[in-house]
Each structure stands twice: as structure tokens, then as C-alpha cells.
Design a protein around this ligand. Structure first.
Ligand code: TRP
Length: 330
């Protein structure tokens, strides 16, 4: 079976955009691939310097994926920081990574450009973690012999850099020391509209958290901004973000029935929101319950992640050993 691997950056709470955009598609891959998913906590360290906040995020994101259905018996699920071979491999890969390649990384270039526009020092606020981010990510991927890396579009360049770096190593030793990965871009995934109609994104502050308590969930949905069409007016479901959200959670039959009611008129936005809340809560209530149970048992969560690390480390050690031998450091 081919190997799929992806890293989950523990920054901020999970929301339903993450659920449909990343979590569900990643969990579906477990049927076709051997999967290795990890919490990229050292990546998060670049931007998160508050220890309480970082440790809370790591736990919440790990618990969130488990609550959403990640089965740690089928997926090797671990924290990046529990696999120190990652950092040994990253150091080795540095020797094969052109500095110019890092200069071209989008995230770094954007940071430099922002500084330049502000007439600031081009390197202001840029740490070496940000600059070398693609090397650490390449190590994450290459360490586990990943064939495919399911990512969003914004991460494709990083995976291509991992490809370049692995190829540079193989070219030098004239043998396939390292597996060359490829990105599997999530294109077909529905765009999840946020509370204000724009794409749901943490940076827009328009998210519906995946594990919000029922009351808060209801309040958020009731607060969705609508146009001023009255109850009697027929409405176009396909341009209503309430309906677009509804579609993600409702069955085919429910979708048909509700879109007919939109078109007929006689249903106001308040009722449309109630109906949306009903289907969202139906799907999320069991997840919320599991999430709360996992968060209430920190030792249990640690045990799951340590078992994952135990499974991950021999694979990681074998890759590093293979590379060291090829390099003459054996
Ligand atoms: N950079 C990814 C992100 O920001 C997270 C990540 C870290 C990752 N290491 C990875 C993704 C390895 C895929 C493979 O979302």
C-alpha cells in the first residue's frame, strides 16, 4: 500500500472549515493508503511563543482529530516533537538545500515583502525557523517514506521543495536513498462559507468552531447575516450561505425538500437558520461529546500519542540510518 502523510499545525481552534476541508478528506484516505498523520508542534513554535497557549493548542488539535474519527489503530498518529529523528534528518537535508531555494518560498517572500512595504528592515521579525520551514517540512515527509502528501494549495510549493531536496540527495549518491514525495492537492473539497459569507477562515474571524457548546453553536448560527427578504418572498437557495452550509450536513432528501421550500416562499431566514442548526448539531453533537471526553482524560490522550510515537520512531530511525550510511557517516 502507498503511504500518505500529512502534518497538522496546532494553531487555534478547529472549525467546520477544517472539518470538511482537511479532516474528513484525510480520514477518507485511510481506506486506500497507509497513513501517518502528526501534530507539527515544532512548526507551530515559529509563531507561538506562549507555552500555555501552545500546549493547549497541541492537545485540542490532537483531541479534535481523534474526536472527528481518526482511529489511532489504523493511522500512525504522533507528535513531531516525539520523533527526534526529524531534526537529525532536517540537519542532514540542510546540506543539500540551496539557500536560493529557501529565498523563493512563498511564506518567507511574503514576510520580506511586507517589511519592505513598511520601509522596515527586510528581515524584521523573521526567524530562522520561518526561513528554514521548508527543510523541516521536507524532513517530516521524507522521514516516513511518504508517497503522497495531502495538503491544501498553499502547501504545494513546500512539498515540491521536499521533492527537490530528496532528488538532490539521490542524485548525489546515485541511488534512491530517499523516497521522492508528491503533493495530492485537495481541489474538489467544497468551500465552506463563514458566518459573513466569505470563505470560513480563522484569519477572517468568521468561523463556526467544531466543538462549540450547543448553545454557542445556536447563537452563532442565528447571527449569520442575511439579506432583507421577507418571509413570503421566494429565495434562491444556491446564493444563500445558510443553504450552502446546510448542504454540507443534510441528506440528499433533506436538501431537496428544503431547497423547494426556499423557492416557494413562506419560509423566513429565522426558520432556515433553525433548520441549519438542527442538522449541524445532529452531526457535531457526538463529536463534541467525544472531544470533551478526550480532553477530560489527559493521560489517555498522552498514551495514544506516545503509542503513535513508538510506532513512528523505528521507521524514522531506519531512514536516518540509510541516509547516514549513504553519506559515509554510518
Ligand atoms: N506546513 C503545514 C501547514 O502549515 C503543516 C505541515 C508541517 C505539514 N509538516 C508537514 C504538512 C508535512 C504536510 C507534510 O499546514
Amino acid at each position: 500500500m502507498k503511504i500518505a502523510l500529512t502534518g497538522i499545525k496546532p494553531t487555534g481552534i478547529l472549525h467546520i472549515g477544517n472539518y470538511f476541508g482537511a479532516i474528513k478528506p484525510a480520514l477518507e484516505l485511510t481506506r486506500e493508503y497507509e497513513t501517518r498523520y502528526f501534530i507539527a508542534d515544532y512548526h507551530a513554535l515559529n509563531t507561538m511563543k506562549d507555552p500555555k497557549e501552545l500546549s493547549a493548542c497541541i492537545r485540542e488539535v490532537a483531541a479534535g482529530w481523534l474526536a472527528a474519527g481518526l482511529d489511532p489503530e489504523r493511522v500512525i498518529f504522533y507528535r513531531q516533537s516525539s520523533v527526534p529523528e526529524t531534526f537529525e534528518l532536517a540537519a542532514m537535508l540542510m546540506a543539500f538545500t540551496a539557500k536560493g531555494l529557501m529565498n523563493r518560498a512563498h511564506a518567507y517572500k511574503a514576510a520580506v515583502q511586507e517589511n519592505t512595504e513598511k520601509n522596515d528592515d527586510p528581515d524584521a521579525g523573521i526567524n530562522m525557523g520561518l526561513f528554514t520551514y521548508p527543510v523541516l517540512m521536507a524532513a517530516d515527509i521524507i522521514l516516513f517514506n511518504a508517497d503522497v502528501v495531502p495538503v491544501g494549495k498553499d502547501q504545494v510549493q513546500h512539498v515540491e521543495m521536499a521533492q527537490d531536496i530528496a532528488q538532490a540527495v539521490n542524485f548525489n549518491y546515485k541511488t534512491e536513498v530517499l523516497k521522492v514525495p508528491r503533493a495530492a492537492v485537495r481541489e474538489s473539497v467544497a468551500v465552506v462559507p463563514g458566518l459573513d459569507g466569505r470563505k470560513m477562515s480563522k484569519s477572517y474571524g468568521n468561523v463556526i468552531p467544531l466543538f462549540a457548546p450547543e448553545k454557542e453553536l445556536r447563537t452563532l448560527i442565528m447571527r449569520i447575516v442575511t439579506n432583507s427578504q421577507g418571509i413570503g418572498e421566494p429565495k434562491d437557495p444556491e446564493t444563500s450561505q445558510i443553504y450552502l452550509l446546510y448542504k454540507l450536513f443534510a441528506s440528499e432528501a433533506e436538501q431537496k425538500a428544503l431547497s423547494a421550500r426556499y423557492r416557494e416562499g413562506g419560509m423566513g431566514w429565522g426558520e432556515a437558520k433553525e433548520e441549519l442548526f438542527r442538522v449541524v448539531n445532529r452531526e457535531l453533537a457526538p463529536l463534541r461529546e467525544r472531544f470533551n471526553a478526550i480532553m477530560g482524560d489527559p493521560a489517555g490522550l498522552d498514551a495514544v500519542l506516545s503509542r503513535g510515537a513508538e510506532k513512528a520512531r523505528p521507521i524514522a530511525a531506519a531512514t536516518v540510518q540509510r541516509f547516514r550510511r549513504a553519506a559515509g557517516i554510518g
